[in-house]
Design a protein around this ligand. Structure first.
Ligand code: AKG
Ligand code: FE2
Length: 351
């Protein structure tokens, strides 16, 4: 046997070399919790890793107005990843269309929240038990890391839900980019330009003084308006040229942007996402807003679940109808089919 033949016998021609195809399909995994209406799909590992390298661009400070302190990341998430995250969260999260009653001056008004909402998290006084044993208390006292005395769940109105994996990596990234801690994640879904949030400030007492709120935009572009709260005149009036009147702001938010509102901002400024009118309204497509916040006391947990989950039906994205549809448990679906069949049986047969 010639040398050439022996060599070629033991070493394969590199051009012909076949690389072992080790591409193992990543198994879909889920975040499970008894408080979720259904298990929530986890982000694939590759997407999770991409989130670890954020922010994409550094934050720009906007503090050229009285009491205003913003850090604007444009974008925090690069557009292709933002699009992927938008589609994922819209498909996988449970949403609600909360209605509630407000009483003002003796009259009751029924409010229909003009957007879909959902919320995850628990205030600083408690922790979710990392022990998933069915018999273990699901909530622990933060001070002691032990179940509450007599195993009493101090949250009797709403059961708090842990932040699922698909949102928690972004929370961690936001914490390291901003230096603030967050224990709540609120999500808004604006289905079209007809959905909105009116002027308000996120300055509830349960957030403590000078709260920091990180607010992400995914999907359709919308204007974010800011205006100073009305100021009571104090002291002798200044000549007009000496008065520094705060100017309103309009930030055109696009997919992947993040605004951190901090310092005196919430105490002094209002913000809103106004409705869009005319042609823009339906052609905009959906927009997701994610805010990370830190609630200090139990009242915060109760408030957030009351206004963002409530007691109404669950909605889930329907990929065929391309809209949010009321979601039913398998049991509810069965009952629905049965009652449909009974209705059909009662229909007169026409030949
Ligand atoms: O959608 C947004 O950008 C703002 C949402 C907001 O202000 C809120 O949820 O408190
Ligand atoms: Fe807000």
């Amino acid at each position: 046997m010639s040398k050439r033949t022996i060599d070629s016998f033991f070493s394969r021609d590199p051009k012909k070399k076949r690389v072992a195809t080790d591409i193992v399909e990543e198994q879909t995994s889920y975040s499970h919790h008894h408080t979720y209406p259904f298990p929530i799909r986890n982000l694939p590992r590759s997407t999770l890793n991409e989130l670890k390298s954020l922010p994409f661009s550094p934050g720009r400070q906007i503090n050229n107005q009285p009491d205003l302190d913003l850090l604007y990341f444009k974008p925090y998430i690069p557009p292709p990843l933002a699009k992927q995250l938008f589609n994922f969260l819209r498909s996988e999260l449970p949403f609600y269309r909360v209605e509630y009653i407000i009483k003002r001056g003796g009259t009751e008004t029924n409010i229909k929240t003009p957007r879909f909402t959902t919320v995850f998290g628990i205030d600083e006084t408690s922790l979710f038990n990392p022990d998933h044993d069915d018999n273990a208390a699901t909530i622990l006292e933060a001070k002691t890391h032990q179940p509450y005395p007599n195993n009493i769940n101090p949250y009797d109105r709403y059961n708090p839900r842990p932040i699922p994996q698909c949102l928690d990596q972004l929370r961690k990234s936001t914490e390291s980019a901003t230096g603030y801690k967050f224990n709540f994640c609120l999500v808004n879904y604006y289905a079209s330009g007809a959905d909105s949030i009116s002027f308000h400030s996120d300055d509830e007492r349960f957030l403590g003084p000078e709260p920091a709120i990180a607010s992400f935009s995914l999907g359709a572009s919308r204007d974010f308006l800011m205006k100073h709260k009305p100021t009571a005149p104090s002291g002798p009036p200044h000549p007009p040229q000496q008065q520094k009147q705060p100017q309103s702001l309009k930030l055109p938010l696009t997919s992947g942007d993040m605004i951190l509102m901090r310092g005196k901002t919430q105490a002094n400024w209002l913000h809103s996402i106004p409705k869009r009118t005319g042609k823009q309204q339906q052609h905009d497509g959906g927009r997701i807003n994610i805010t990370f916040r830190r609630a200090m006391v139990k009242g915060g947990t109760d408030n957030y679940y009351n206004y963002n989950v409530g007691k109404g039906p669950v909605f889930k994205w329907d990929e065929v109808a391309k809209e949010m549809k009321e979601w039913k448990t398998p049991k509810q679906q069965e009952n629905h089919i049965q009652s449909q069949e009974q209705k059909d049986e009662r229909k007169p047969v026409t030949t």
